[in-house]
Design a protein around this ligand. Structure first.
Ligand SMILES: *Cc1c(COP(=O)(O)O)cnc(C)c1O
Length: 432
């Protein structure tokens, strides 16, 4: 019935997350507030870890794409669950290292890493650096040489697959800023260069074909394209790569009508392709990595707001304004993301009103959702926007000098703060 297993309605008709009454959370911590369910997050991790055990005999690893939601506590949880970590910046790496996340389980991504970031990664001894382009390859070889190390790398490849998701979040095609293109020969050129470098050890390939993907076919196709390229590399250089990283992009439920495939189905089908196809190409089955981001945290989180002004414009629409908006959730203004919205204090009532939920930021486009169904809400009601665990806090800004909301984690029905909200002092902290 709901977009996530951790959401329910209690006997008072209030929305709950992880068994915790959301109206109590709103009262205790104020609004806006992000709320996440720890048990749901851990459950999602286990689905990935267990299916790697089941379908690849444990020969692989699930890396949490920390850009979806990065903070110290989530890094601790990922470390405990046996997950690896995909980081894309010095800041994400710093967050992971600040809680002692095991270095060998960190993979460093990014299409334009700075020399300082590469050096930071070498110094911490991250497991693998995912190299995006020739310039980075050269810089990394120099930095590794200066540090007296041989860096293990994976090359990011554009397999040229259109995964039928929203235009803005497609990254597997040739027109993408990420990775080496296969068709143009750029990828093979990169491989030959990497193989010739004294301080680089090429161990694998990576691709990421998009986000919020529901189909299995594009993942299967990507696996084949990548194995074909592995076979080509073996033929050209004699080198047999040991790791194949198939990226993330596993779809989740934002709307009730969304039908993501269970991750197990993905793993089963793709593992069959990989096991059979690598045999056919006379390759050893590589170790398989996947990089779920939103599939781990997205549906495990929601955001609570308080309703302020309600403006009914006759024959136009009704605007419900809340005490947050694009500063804490820029996804609608960025790419018209879908969300389910529920009135937390009257969750059992019928969602009979059609409204536009707007924020309080000074932009007409500051909208959370348009023409959405909610209970007939009044000023002072609490609105819950569901499935905001991924790409909300991590994309939040200080626009209008409005502080980012706190993040509350619920475990066993008990809430605790894991990230404090910004105070006014925090906002002027770096001003001279
Ligand atoms: C964004 C990203 C992910 C995670 O994507 P989700 O849609 O959150 O699963 C994984 N790998 C790479 C390289 C990415 O850029």
């Amino acid at each position: 019935m709901y977009v996530s297993d951790c959401i329910d309605i209690n006997s008072q008709g209030h929305l709950t997350i992880g068994g915790c009454d959301t109206t109590h959370i709103a009262k205790e911590f104020g609004t806006p507030v992000y709320v996440m369910d720890e048990d749901e997050i851990r459950k999602n991790c286990r689905k990935f870890v267990e299916s790697i055990n089941e379908y690849y005999g444990g020969n692989g690893m699930a890396l949490y794409a920390s850009k979806a939601f990065c903070c110290k506590e989530i890094c601790r949880i990922m470390a405990q669950e046996g997950m690896g970590l995909d980081v894309v910046s010095g800041g994400e790496l710093f967050t992971a290292t600040s809680v002692g996340f095991p270095a060998e389980r960190i993979y460093f991504h990014g299409n334009n890493k700075t020399s300082a970031e590469l050096k930071q990664a070498i110094d911490y001894g991250v497991g693998k650096i995912i190299v995006d382009n020739i310039l980075e390859l050269e810089t990394l070889n120099e930095l590794a040489s200066a540090a007296g190390k041989k860096e293990k790398i994976i090359m990011r490849i554009k397999p040229g697959i259109d995964a039928h998701t929203h235009e803005f979040i497609k990254t597997g095609q040739i027109d993408s800023k990420f990775g080496f293109a296969l068709e143009t020969g750029e990828a093979m050129e990169g491989v030959l260069k990497a193989v010739s470098m004294p301080n680089i050890e090429l161990v694998g390939l990576h691709c990421h074909i998009g986000s919020q993907i529901f189909d299995l076919d594009p993942f299967e196709l990507a696996a084949r394209v990548m194995l074909d390229f592995m076979a080509e590399i073996k033929q050209a250089t004699g080198l047999e790569l040991s790791e194949l990283n198939l990226g993330g992009g596993f779809g989740i439920k934002y709307k009730k009508t969304d039908r993501p495939r269970p991750f197990k189905d993905y793993m089963k089908k793709v593992s069959e392709v990989i096991n059979e196809y690598s045999k056919k190409l006379k390759l050893k089955t590589p170790s398989i990595l996947v990089e779920p981001g939103r599939a781990i945290v997205g549906a495990a989180g929601l955001t609570l707001y308080t309703v302020g002004s309600v403006k009914s414009i006759p024959d136009v629409r009704t605007y419900i304004s809340v005490d947050g908006g694009m500063g804490d959730n820029p996804r609608y203004i960025l790419y018209q993301s879908n969300y389910e919205i529920i009135c937390a204090n009257r969750a059992a009532e019928k969602r009979s009103a059609t409204v536009t939920v707007a924020g309080k930021f000074c932009e007409s486009g500051d909208i959370i959702q348009e023409w959405t169904h909610v209970q007939p809400v009044k000023t002072g009601d609490i609105l819950a926007v569901l499935s905001t665990g991924a790409y909300n806090y991590s994309m939040a800004s200080h626009y209008n000098r409005i502080g980012r909301p706190p993040v509350v984690m619920v475990k066993g029905g008990e809430p605790r703060i894991i990230i404090r909200g910004d105070s006014y002092e925090d906002i002027i902290m770096n001003d001279i």
